[in-house]
Design a protein around this ligand. Structure first.
Ligand code: ACO
Length: 329
């Protein structure tokens, strides 16, 4: 069937997630670095995080999330012709982790590639897949956010190692005719930004072309916090302006899960009611590109997000890179 390219929308068909088996409490971290459950909870809202075991990798978690999303969508791997996988912790320098997932799913058709926008990676991946689907070049996409940040943490640095966790989430997007109106189901707008001048505030101090090592995450936490609320508010406001919607129209706000205080301050500044905010940072910590699809999976599974609901996702992280997408479920 030929679709009318002008009116195509990328509609969410299913959501899935996968977490490492092992969860690590704040109390367990107290035995590794000089920290306390009280400090972590007060500063971040984090109660626990999942940490990958040997043999659990970004691609195995991503494959688990992809299978769960396919099942929720009622799709087979043979129905998919595009995989866009957001990660900053690939299994290998190359090939792309997306191709490992493709092979794991038994797919030989279509195209699979990785996207690197750190914590904003899933929003970037949604925007990329949406553009492919609306162009008519591809029909059904797996969009995945998957990370094993535990592998790039300096476990002696208490200011970073308590903040992050591992996991993966995925959605199936399908091109479907729409009307062009904001009442359409699907991705209604995406807003992406980067500014490389902020590199030193949040980065990994290694890489193939520099140190020839993987490196460790380094962050000026207070500085990142200072920029985060303003940057995410800007891209959420831009999404409202692009679609003629307001905070009151939202059913759910699903922000990147970095820190409870950033989430609360952003929602407050945007005038989004607290009961519309999906928060999973307490269970997962900051899983970078995986945090939004993990939160979407929780809120879909428990019945909060329903078909027809208006859902805003947003994220900001290393680069800096930040973005938002407004999706009618
Ligand atoms: N346990 C106990 N004490 C700690 C710990 C710890 N794990 N880490 C740092 N401290 C100490 C510091 O050494 C410092 O001690 P001092 O006053 O004696 O020097 C004190 O706690 C305060 O440190 P700050 O870094 O100023 O603490 P702050 O209140 O800024 O909180 C935090 C730190 C949680 C990192 C905060 O700045 C933050 O959330 N920043 C945003 C960063 C973030 O979430 N990044 C994720 C990636 S980007 C993104 O996703 C948006």
């Amino acid at each position: 069937m030929t679709l009318d390219v002008k009116s195509l929308r990328s509609v969410v068909r299913g959501v899935g997630s996968c977490l490492p088996k092992r969860s690590v409490s704040n109390a367990e971290l107290e035995s590794m670095v000089e920290t306390s459950d009280e400090w972590i909870v007060q500063r971040t809202g984090i109660l626990q995080r999942h940490v990958a075991a040997d043999g659990e990798t970004t691609s195995t978690l991503a494959s688990g999330a992809a299978r769960a999303a396919l099942a929720a969508a009622g799709c087979e791997p043979s129905d998919i012709d595009l995989i866009v996988l957001a990660t900053s912790t690939p299994d290998l320098t190359f090939p792309a982790t997306a191709t490992l997932v493709q092979a794991g799913l038994g797919m030989t058709q279509g195209a699979a590639f990785d996207v690197q926008a750190v914590c904003a990676g899933f929003v970037f991946a949604v925007a990329i897949a949406d553009n492919f689907l609306r162009s008519g070049s591809h029909r059904r996409a797996l969009v995945i956010g998957a990370e094993t940040f535990s592998r790039i943490l300096d476990w002696n640095d208490r200011s970073t190692c308590v903040l992050f966790g591992d996991g993966a989430g995925a959605i199936v997007l399908e091109a479907e005719p729409g009307t062009g109106a904001v009442a359409d189901r699907g991705v209604l707008t995406s807003q992406l930004r980067t500014d490389g001048r902020y590199r030193s505030k949040l980065f990994v101090d290694g890489g193939p072309s520099t140190t020839k090592t993987v490196g460790h995450l380094r962050m000026e936490g207070r500085e990142v916090f200072r920029f985060a609320v303003g940057m995410v508010s800007d891209v959420v406001e831009a999404a409202f302006a692009a679609t003629g919607t307001t905070a009151q129209d939202l059913d759910w706000f699903v922000p990147h899960q970095a820190n409870r205080r950033i989430i609360d301050a952003s929602a407050d500044r945007l005038g989004i009611a607290p009961q519309k905010v999906v928060t999973t940072v307490q269970m997962h910590a900051n899983t970078s590109a995986a945090s939004i699809p993990l939160a979407l999976a929780v809120a879909c599974a428990d019945g909060r997000i329903k078909r027809g609901h208006l859902v805003m996702i947003e994220a900001m992280g290393g680069g800096f890179a930040w973005g938002s997408a407004l999706i009618r479920w």
